[in-house]
Design a binder for this molecule. Sequence first.
Ligand code: C5P
Length: 295
Amino acid sequence: METVEKANAKLNLSLDILGLRPDGYHELSMVMASVDLHDEVRISLRADGEIRLRCEGIDLPTDGRNLAVRAAEAFFDAAGCRAGVDIFLRKRIPVGSGMAGGSSDAAATLRALDRLTGAGLTRERLCEIGLTVGSDVPYCIGGGVALAGGRGEKLTPQPDLPPCSIVICKPPFPISTAELFRASDRTTLTKHPDTAGLLQALRKQDLSGAARKLYNVFEDVLPETCREVYSIRSRLMGYGALGAIMTGTGSAVFGIFDSEEKARTAREILGREYSECFLTSPVPPVFPRKAEETP
Ligand code: C5P
């Protein structure tokens, strides 16, 4: 039996670095949102205990360097069942873009394996397993709008974004996550996002208020070679975005529009120069909210 999961891309509406932790990771405070742009993850169990991965759309490692393979290994270790699995990835989320494509594939693999094996693990347990694969995996298990603290795994659900169009444009260079974190360590960050103000705007369903609060501290430590990020950001604003920032450690930049027409035009113009340019929209969380989680 085969199951198909959507692995949605994530965008950072805000990203703040609060400090360096004793374990070498950084203490973060981020507001994330998931969007309809997604990879497709097809999973079926194998009797022989092998974990096999095929990928379409981009040349990616198919061994333990691939987060989906790591997720399958971690799942079988934790669930104590040693089945095998065929994973087929249809990639659409650009690699090295700050949209958690690999983490989202890993999260989709965990959700699918839980269902296919009948293991019935709780969402919390899946998140614990996901955290052993990568800091963004717990968020990607459930998606939606969430405030993320700690390494990124302490999640508090937030209200969905109001309906809007989002244009994502990735310049043709990846940015190394680890290197950008190291660059942030060498700098004293003087500007920080108004996370409370952003969450307040989301509670009020004030799209332009939320868009004005978009802020990512990594934009302030970008190397000279990545300055195109700023030009894409200004161009998105010029085409009518209510706000625009780089997501995560980049290099993708996105703009939020209240007019689908303006967003289409922006995508079309930028799409002439950038092959990785997308028009998308927010999606709700994967799991229906529990009553106590209602924001
Ligand atoms: O957890 P993950 O493997 O996705 O993290 C990739 C890299 O990003 C880490 O090796 C670390 O350099 C950096 N990172 C960090 N603090 C976080 C998350 C990631 O320093 N909270």
